[in-house]
Design a protein around this ligand. Structure first.
Ligand SMILES: *Cc1c(COP(=O)(O)O)cnc(C)c1O
Length: 393
């Protein structure tokens, strides 16, 4: 650290210069996160000083967090449940698995080698979680539609199983597992069913209202015990905002750590000191947009997705799978090289490590028809240039 501090104007200028080098949203096609809603940004900055790790000081902010949890439980069909606002999908999944393990312990069915049944497309955050918690994954291969098959899943449940994880909106393909089929076959087996809806949680409820043929994934499905939902993705809140929600009013309390001090309540989250700004920004968006606002945004996202799909097909590209949500995956030879070229020209897309020659494009609030119209020629140019490269070498 420097001895003498720099002028605020200097520091500001340096930070602004770096921020100006970040890629502008209208060139970002790989991210499930988007520019937060302006009211979320405004209110988060107003609450930048707040800390939900100390609810004696920040009792007003704590009230907002409780209200956010209530609103999310209501959105997911379970007003009587419990939950916590956390830093994101990773922490939410961690806490869900901790609660699953503790539930198994309480039921006297925790063995020395606890297992969790997951599909082959489960999010990589679970790799971290299993590592941290000493859980062993039992992997069910996905079916031809990239979904976790219910019967196969049920078949893998054994004496060591503490949980089953289904995904409602995979981050690679936006695929929604048939939670409505998995729930009933897991229910009654004494294992915890967790639904990772980090991506789909703020899309599917509204898309279903708009008539999209998507399976029900929330607490109205028999057997679903917990759900991860990420307000900092399609919920348009500031980073870091995730949530983990439970069916039972006491479930969130199964992971509970006491603090040193009298009058300070127990913690149910991994983080101690944590941003009240996150709760405030989620609250601002939920209250300001309401169901109508989210439905409108979802409608637009699906319209742009359709437009992107039609434009790609018209230009001769082939899709890897028919998109269920707002993630479009294109089959593309030399995908990694094309992605590199696009990045050098300002566009950020992603390519899959696991599914070979594919290009993945995410449609979220900042991606418009204009973005698609500008992107397509850039993609075609990159494809041409890479074909020319390949011919030379
Ligand atoms: C994004 C995502 C996660 C991880 O969430 P973070 O907020 O990045 O920690 C987990 N699961 C799914 C399905 C996701 O899309």
């Amino acid at each position: 650290m420097r001895n003498t501090g720099a002028l605020a104007s200097d520091v500001r200028r340096r930070i602004e210069a770096q921020l100006a080098d970040d890629v502008p949203w209208n060139r970002v096609l790989n991210s499930i996160c988007t520019e937060p809603h302006p009211l979320a940004v405004e209110m988060a900055s107003r609450a930048a000083h707040t800390n939900l790790g100390d609810v004696r000081i920040f009792r007003g902010t704590k009230r907002i967090e409780r209200e956010v949890v209530r609103l999310l439980l209501e959105l997911l069909g379970n007003p009587g449940g419990s939950g916590s606002l956390v830093s994101g999908g990773t922490e939410a999944n961690l806490i869900a698995m901790l609660v699953a393990r503790e539930t198994a312990r309480a039921r006297g069915r925790l063995t020395e080698r606890p297992e969790v049944v997951v599909s082959s497309t489960v999010h990589f955050s679970f790799t971290k979680v299993f590592h941290l918690l000493g859980l062993t994954p039992v992997v069910v291969p996905v079916d031809d539609d990239l979904r976790m098959p219910a019967k196969e899943t049920a078949r893998r449940i054994g004496e060591h199983t503490v949980a089953v994880v289904a995904t409602a909106g995979s981050s690679e393909f936006g695929v929604v597992d048939a939670v409505d089929e998995i729930g009933p076959v897991v229910a009654g087996r004494g294992v915890h069913l967790h639904v990772d809806a980090a991506t789909g949680g703020f899309i599917i409820p509204f898309a279903r209202e708009l008539g999209h043929d998507l399976p029900q994934f929330d607490f109205t499905v028999e057997g679903v015990d917990s759900i991860t939902i990420d307000p900092h993705k399609y919920g348009l809140a500031n980073v870091p905002a995730g949530a983990v929600l439970f069916r039972g009013a006491e479930d969130a309390g199964r992971f509970s750590v006491d603090s040193f001090f009298v009058d300070t309540p127990v913690h149910h989250t991994l983080l101690g000191t944590r941003p009240g700004a996150a709760a405030v920004s989620v609250y601002a968006v939920l209250e300001h947009l309401g169901r109508d606002g989210f439905r409108d945004i979802t409608r637009t996202n699906f319209e742009v997705t359709r437009y992107l799909v039609d434009s790609l097909r018209a230009a001769g590209y082939e899709l890897f799978a028919e998109p269920q949500l707002n993630i479009v995956v294109v089959r593309l030879p030399h995908a990694a090289r094309i992605s590199q070229l696009l990045e050098s020209r300002g566009w950020i897309v992603s390519t899959s490590k696991r599914f070979g020659e594919t290009l993945r494009l995410v449609v979220t609030r900042h991606v418009t028809r204009e973005t698609v119209d500008e992107f397509l020629p850039a993609l075609q140019q990159a494809c041409q240039d890479v074909t020319a490269e390949a011919a030379v070498s």
